[in-house]
Ligand binder design. Structure first.
Ligand SMILES: Cc1cc2nc3c(=O)[nH]c(=O)nc-3n(C[C@H](O)[C@H](O)[C@H](O)COP(=O)(O)OP(=O)(O)OC[C@H]3O[C@@H](n4cnc5c(N)ncnc54)[C@H](O)[C@@H]3O)c2cc1C
Ligand code: FES
Length: 287
């Protein structure tokens, strides 16, 4: 048990990984029709340090518990930020949490993006839909040390213009940090003057030197499969191409087996895994 929980936390001391810590919602912002961002503070005042790409198990009392990636700034462990899409009972309870609501938090759990591996080279982020939320902490890390990275691109696909997340951030990342932000939508109405099409189509025109590029991909699994193929086709080494995988989760610490993907328990071996390890699994449907 101790060894397993230590594995989940990368060796850090873990008091009790099953005991939720109370966090209070400080701000609640509606981002899109079905997606909200909550800023939370620990009731006990202690920080919650995390690595970009990790997730917590969020407990909405009376509704249940779900895994949600952290979308905030790793440099601000005093403030936990989660961006949540309303798809079912628990996420609905969470998106309707108003300031003052107390929720339970376990974690952080899982592997991170390890942005530092990209220092000295180019970085490509590929995001689909709510997949921009788990990538946001990694983008903020790159922005904070911008001079240490070369060309940085963000390729982002949303269903419609109304589903585009973090529009203010997209502007800041582009204007103030020199990130080449390319946005496309699946369906654009008359007022939309931007690109229409699949995010994977943006890979062909992105500028990067493949051999020294770090590529971080998050979105629906089918989108990640085609994005990874396109990025690998352009010559990015498969061990420098990272994807965040999702499966149903219960314990979050490698004990229950709910999140198994063949030899991986995604709550501890993932959610972020390199493409050289995932490729054999992603080429097979229904795993
Ligand atoms: C590591 C990890 C990180 C995640 N990060 C986020 C995040 O940052 N923001 C966010 O909004 N969601 C995130 N999710 C997905 C989130 O956990 C699910 O949407 C949630 O568990 C659904 O619970 P529910 O009770 O609201 O809905 P349910 O009633 O359990 O499900 C409603 C519908 O959503 C589908 N669904 C359930 N889980 C998932 C899933 N993991 N992926 C896709 N569809 C699913 C179900 O098949 C069903 O059709 C993450 C999942 C994992 C594993
Ligand atoms: S969620 Fe229990 S083993 Fe991963």
């Amino acid at each position: 048990m101790t060894a397993l929980t230590d594995r989940a936390r990368g060796g850090a001391p873990v008091p009790d990984p099953f005991l939720p810590r109370p966090f209070v919602v400080r701000t609640a912002r509606q981002d899109t029709r079905d997606t909200h961002t909550l800023e939370l503070e620990p009731v006990d005042g202690g920080p919650l340090a995390f690595a970009a790409g990790q997730f917590t198990m969020m407990h909405a009392f009376g509704a249940g518990e779900v895994p949600i990636s952290i979308s905030g700034d790793p440099a601000r462990p005093d403030r936990l930020v989660h961006t949540i899409r309303d798809v079912g009972a628990v996420t609905r309870a969470l998106v309707h949490a108003v300031p003052g609501t107390v929720v339970g938090i376990r974690g952080p759990f899982g592997t991170g993006w390890e942005v530092s591996a990209g220092r000295g080279g180019d970085v490509v982020f590929v995001a689909g839909g709510i997949g921009l939320a788990p990538l946001r902490p990694a983008i903020l890390e790159v922005c904070a040390a911008r001079a240490e990275f070369g060309q940085v691109s963000l390729l982002y696909g949303a269903r419609t213009p109304e589903d585009i997340l973090f529009e203010d951030d997209l502007l800041v990342w582009s204007r103030e940090h020199g990130i080449d932000v390319q946005v496309t939508v699946d369906n654009g109405q008359h007022a939309w003057r931007g690109r229409v099409g699949l995010v994977t189509q943006l890979v062909a025109r992105a500028r990067f030197a493949p051999e020294s590029t770090l590529a971080l991909v998050c979105g629906p699994e089918v989108m990640m499969r085609y994005a990874a193929l396109a990025l690998a086709d352009r010559g990015i080494p498969k061990d420098r191409l990272r994807l965040s995988m999702e499966r149903n989760m219960k314990c979050g610490v490698g004990l229950c087996g709910h999140c198994q993907l063949r030899e991986f328990l995604l709550c501890v071996d993932g959610p972020v895994l390199t493409y050289d390890r995932l490729e054999p699994l992603m080429s097979r449907a229904e795993l």
